[in-house]
Structure formats: structure tokens, C-alpha cells
Design a protein around this ligand. Structure first.
Ligand code: HEC
Length: 228
């Protein structure tokens, strides 16, 4: 009997301890996360390094060269030499920072806080760039393969966190060339990007496809002249 009582007292105290522990866990407020830390995480899962950091070959395959983290297409590097075949969409250079498309060549840009990168940008310009697909939010159209529309749908808070992180990284001096793309193509991309904003970010229905061409009347095929 006494033994039974001791056991039940023990189990009551275990229950109380557990209850006290979970109450303490509930009342502990999560510490406010440092925006730059969250930005670092978003840059990692957003794959920014996969394009904005030059790749180098390693024993386990091509990896971003973190000594040049987010510094973009290296200044002075020759353009991709290959000519595109009729089934090729793109050719690239030794580190995947230049993209030669049938419409021209585009270079991955420097996102570090040096003035050759985003040093002179404001947070508002950065956010507007990703929301509109235009350089600094009002300049030329951003060209493929920058997936700005995927990031443009993020919350203000997340985009500000990415900005805070990009401000905190090592500045690297590296002037990236402007795209070698003819002005009419840039004009067309401005229109394309505006349409993409509506579809991907504002969730508007895509424009209706042009009415299907009326089927050609089945013209009587001229009878083949009978072979003699
Ligand atoms: C698939 C490749 C790719 C990925 C992934 C990518 N970018 Fe880009 N990004 C590019 C290319 C290429 C350009 C250049 C576009 C141009 O000049 O038209 C660019 C341009 C930009 C620009 C515009 C800079 C300017 O000078 O106008 C910003 C800002 C940017 N990227 C931020 C990011 C961020 C932040 C991430 C990750 C969250 C990211 N990018 C992920 C390829 C990529």
C-alpha cells in the first residue's frame, strides 16, 4: 500500500514536471530573427549563388567559388565562343556567368555592396526590380535567365531581409558588361515582363490566345493527271 502511494506521488510529480516544462516552453517568446540572417537563408534557398557566383570545377562537380561570392560575370572574360546550333537555346562560358541566347548575350550581375554592384542602389529600387523585372525598378527589362518573377512574389519583409544580407556581404569590385542585345529585343522584353508581372505576381488570367485560324475549306484536290 505504502509502496503504491509512493509510486503514485512519484508519477504525479513527473506529470507536474512535464506540465511545468511545457508551460515554460510556451511562455518563451522566439527571439526576433536578425533580418540579415533570414536573408542569408533566403539567398541560399533562392539559389542566387548558383547564378550570381562564378562556378569553379571541383572534384565533386561545378561549385560556386565563394571567394567571389555574388560578384557576377568576371570583368574582361571573353564571350562564349561557340556558335549556337539550330536546336541550342544557350551557350555559356567557363563559369556559367554569361548566357549566349539566339537574341544576344546576357551577363550575370554583381550583387555585392561595391559601387560596381548594388552599392549605389536603395532598398526600394532593389524590391521594385524584383517586382517589375526592370533594372532598378524603372530601367531596361531584366533578361533571362534571371527568375525575378519567382522572387517578386515574396513578402516585403523577406525582400528586405535579402537586401539586408546583400548589404552585409564582402564588397567585390567587378564591372559587369551591359547585355549585348539589340534595342528592339529589349523593348519586347519590357512588354513580356509587364505581362509576366500580371500573370505570376498579380495572378491575373493570361491573355486569351488569338482565335484559331478558320479551317481552310477542303478544296477539291486537283485530280492527278492519269498516267499514261
Ligand atoms: C537562373 C539564374 C539566376 C538566379 C537563380 C538568380 N539570378 Fe539574379 N540575375 C541573373 C541574370 C542573368 C541577371 C542579369 C539580367 C540582366 O542583366 O538582364 C540577374 C540580375 C539580377 C538583378 C538585377 C541587377 C541589375 O543590375 O539590374 C538582381 C537585383 C538580382 N539578379 C538578384 C537576384 C537574387 C537576390 C537572387 C536570388 C534570390 C537571384 N538574382 C537569382 C540570373 C539569376
Amino acid at each position: 500500500m505504502i509502496r503504491k502511494m509512493i509510486m503514485s506521488v512519484c508519477s504525479v510529480s513527473v506529470v507536474l514536471l512535464v506540465a511545468a516544462g511545457s508551460a515554460a516552453a510556451k511562455s518563451a517568446k522566439p527571439a526576433k530573427e536578425d533580418p540579415a540572417k533570414r536573408g542569408e537563408y533566403l539567398v541560399m534557398v533562392g539559389g542566387c549563388n548558383d547564378c550570381h557566383t562564378p562556378m569553379k570545377m571541383t572534384p565533386i562537380g561545378p561549385m560556386p567559388d565563394m571567394e567571389r561570392m555574388l560578384s557576377g560575370h568576371p570583368e574582361g572574360q571573353p564571350d562564349p565562343a561557340s556558335t549556337l546550333g539550330k536546336n541550342d537555346l544557350v551557350a555559356s562560358g567557363p563559369d556559367l556567368t554569361a548566357w549566349k541566347f539566339p537574341f544576344g548575350i546576357n551577363y550575370v550581375r554583381n550583387l555585392t555592396p561595391d559601387k560596381t554592384g548594388l552599392g549605389e542602389w536603395t532598398e526600394a529600387q532593389f524590391i521594385k526590380t524584383l517586382r517589375t523585372g526592370r533594372h532598378q525598378g524603372e530601367g531596361r527589362a531584366l533578361l533571362p535567365p534571371m527568375p525575378w518573377f519567382n522572387f517578386g512574389g515574396m513578402t516585403d519583409e523577406d525582400l528586405k531581409a535579402i537586401w539586408a544580407y546583400l548589404r552585409s556581404i564582402k564588397p567585390i569590385k567587378n564591372v559587369v558588361p551591359d547585355p549585348k542585345v539589340p534595342p528592339p529585343v529589349l523593348e519586347q522584353f519590357l512588354k513580356n515582363n509587364a505581362a509576366i508581372v500580371d500573370i505570376v505576381i498579380n495572378h491575373k488570367a493570361p491573355p486569351a490566345p488569338p482565335p484559331a485560324a478558320a479551317p481552310a475549306p477542303a478544296a477539291a484536290a486537283p485530280a492527278a493527271p492519269a498516267k499514261k
